[in-house]
Each structure stands twice: as C-alpha cells, then as structure tokens.
Design a protein around this ligand. Structure first.
Ligand code: PLP
Length: 394
C-alpha cells in the first residue's frame, strides 16, 4: 500500500505539462519552428554574465570541500547576512540574517512556510487566479483551502468577497504579485487595504493572520511600476523569494524565506521554518548557488525582451479583438476566452499550432494564460494564427 493521495498526485500531470508534452510531440512531427509553444513559464533570456563568471571564479578559487560542502541547515551565515543587507538597502523591513532561511526556490519556500504555520483546523486563502501548486502545498501541510476571485477588471483584490470568507480558522493568505498568471501587480492602495482588513479581522477573531508573499517575479516589472514590499505594510508577513525568474536560474533551485521581525512570535515562527525545513528534508540549499547569489544580489537578467514581447502581444491581440488586462509584471498575458469553455478554446488554438493554457487550474475559468517568455520571433510568427483563431468566433 502506498499513499493514495501521493499516487494520484504523481499520476495526474498538470494541464500545463500535458500541453507542453503535446508540444514536444508536435515539434518532432512538424519541426520546432512551426509550433508556437506559450505553455511554460521557463525564462527565455540568459542569466546575467555575472552569474556564470561568479560560478567559474568560485570553482577556480574556493577550496572544493568548502564550495561543495554542507552549509548550515538554514544556509550560509555570510549569504544570509548579504541577503538581509540587500533587503534593508531597498526596503524598511528590518531584515536580520537569523530570520532568513535559504531554500531550493519558491516551491520549497512555500512548502516550508505552510508547514511551519499550519496547525489542525487552519484555513489558507488563495486569491484566484493563483499558481496551481499552492493547493498541493497547502493541503499537504494540513490546511483547508478557500479561494476568492480577484476583480476581472484589473485583477486587484475583491475586498467584499475576501472579507466574506475570512473567519476564525483563517491562518494565512497567499499573495503573489506580480502575478502568475494575470501579470497584475497589487498596488500600494490594495496592499494598504488588505493590511487594514487583516488587522481588523485578526482583532475580531482574536487570531493572527499571516500573509505569505510569494515573490519570484518581484523584479520582473515594466514601465517603472513599483511592487510594494509587503513587510513594510503588514507585520505578520513571511516572504517566499526565488531567484528562478529574476536571474533566469529555475533549474538551479535557489531562493529564500524571510520572516518579518515584526511578525507575531517571529522567533518561534523562524524556529518552525527551520523545523519544517528539517522535517521536509529541505536543509542546506545548494552551496554553489548560495555563494553565487551572494555576489550577484541586485542583478537581474535583461528583462527588456519580456517588455518588448508584452507590448507586441498585448497590442496585437487586443487589436484583433481579444480582451485582456495589460500586465504590469511577470511574463504572462491572461486573456479572456472567446468561448465559455477555455479548454475548448485551447483545443481550437492547436489547429494553428498555438499552445496556450486554460485558466481552470489557476482557479479562474473562462481565461487562458499565454506565457511570453519566448522569442520575439516566435510571437511574430504566431500572430496570424491568433488572428484567424478569434475570427472563427465572429
Ligand atoms: N510561485 C509562482 C507564482 C510561480 O510561478 C512559480 C514557478 O513558476 C513558483 C512559485 C515556483 O518557483 P521556483 O521555481 O522558484 O520553485
């Protein structure tokens, strides 16, 4: 006998993966250049030169046993200090190295944080559209999941709906801004209102409600837009950060958790993070990557390509008659499906070799996600297909 839940999780491929696999088959049949695969969020621009240069220098200069050896379970002290300093340089969150925990990317950050926070009977709120793995991580941590939809007009929070589902059992709400899949950035006004609502509800229920700020896209914003730093607005915050997208390093698995010093019981919460990391086997994030990150903090890949893709795709699709909110960040465009069933629309798109993902798994039916972390050339080649596709609905 095995865990039924895990067997089913392991067997059920995500819709995104299904489409990606279909794309690979099609590419082998008709040639990679003729398939327009917008399904994955895999960065398409290289990591900054400094990353490879730093790695080479570390390999050349740092004693091998040290470079490839274990660091502390929570990460190298010097690396955590550099990250705390970097946070404090940009924000007023008062980060301290002893509240930072190095992880294998945002996925591990989230799984650890949820396991640290959740006790029996707790609920976690997700704002739809949301990264589908949240449900997997939250349920595995023992939480019941409640979801609430963001406003269709701008993908900011619908406070009336949110206020209606917060209850005495609410332990945490996961915020992801810039958002996958909508590309929305929650404004300072929204975060201020959210902080006020959570403070009021905590008082009403005599409980502590935590924000888990999932921030792998923090640096991927366009047009000079600011991404409010949640710990500067709300005390009970845990930041789950990752370098996967900002440095185009998703396969290297490196990120961190930062527990706000203002969070209620922050010392014990950090201890619980260390405990959850230990219990889940997420100790000592990859040493080479930790040492590399320390030297390149503040750098990002050249995101101007994503900005160009965003403008090209948004302008063309809206001109053809598609409806979408212009994304301010991340590398996704969330488009309203011209038919009610987004799955049927995605199937129809395959006729033009266009691979896009239905919003259903993101908790938002009737929409599709188009990842524009692809080559600008591919977008240009796909546009006539997008045009013909919407014309089928006239
Ligand atoms: N959170 C969101 C919103 C994501 O889009 C992703 C990956 O696409 C993750 C978390 C996981 O990131 P990582 O690769 O750092 O584990």
């Amino acid at each position: 006998m095995f865990s039924e839940k895990m067997v089913s999780l392991g067997k059920k491929r995500s819709v995104i993966r299904e489409i990606f696999e279909y794309g690979n088959v099609r590419k082998s049949q008709i040639g990679a250049d003729n398939v327009f695969d917008f399904s994955l969020g895999n960065p398409s621009i290289p990591a900054p030169d400094e990353v490879n240069r730093t790695m080479s220098e570390l390999i050349k200069n740092k004693p091998s046993v040290e470079l490839h050896g274990y660091t502390s379970a929570q990460g190298d002290a010097g690396v955590r200090k550099a990250i705390a300093d970097d946070i404090n340089k940009r924000f007023s969150a008062g980060a301290r190295p002893e509240l930072i925990y190095m992880t294998c990317g945002a996925a591990a950050s989230l799984a650890i944080t949820l396991n640290a926070l959740i006790v029996e009977g707790d609920e976690v709120i997700l704002l739809a559209p949301f990264f589908p793995e949240y449900t997997v991580f939250a349920e595995k941590a023992g939480a019941a999941v409640k979801t609430v939809k963001c406003r269709e007009a701008d993908f900011q929070i619908d406070f009336e709906a949110l206020g209606g589902i917060i209850c005495a059992k609410t332990k945490a709400i996961i915020i992801n801004s810039p958002n996958n899949p909508s590309g929305a950035v929650l404004s300072a006004e929204t975060i201020t209102k959210l902080s006020e609502l959570l403070t009021e509800k905590s008082r009403e229920f005599g409980s502590e409600i935590y924000i888990i700020a999932d921030e792998p896209y923090r640096e991927l914003v366009y047009g000079g837009i600011e991404v409010p730093y949640i710990p500067d607005f709300y005390k009970n915050t845990v930041v789950c950060y990752s370098f996967s997208k900002s440095l185009s390093l998703p396969g290297e698995r490196i990120g961190y958790i930062f527990v706000s010093p203002d969070a209620s019981g922050c010392e014990d919460l950090y201890a619980a993070v260390c405990g959850a990391g230990r219990a889940l086997g997420y100790v000592c994030a990859p040493s080479l990557l930790q040492y590399t990150i320390k030297e390149v903090l503040g750098k990002t890949s050249d995101i101007s390509v994503y900005d160009k893709n965003r403008n090209l795709l948004y302008s063309a699709l809206t001109e053809y008659g598609y409806t979408a909110v212009r994304p301010d960040g991340a590398f996704y465009l969330f488009v309203k499906s011209p038919e009610k069933d987004a799955n049927a629309f995605c199937e129809r798109a395959k006729k033009y070799e266009i691979l896009i993902v239905p919003g259903d798994d993101f908790g938002y039916e009737g929409y599709v996600r188009i990842s524009y972390c692809v080559s600008t050339e591919m977008i240009k080649k796909a546009l006539p297909g997008f045009k013909k596709l919407i014309e089928e609905y006239r």
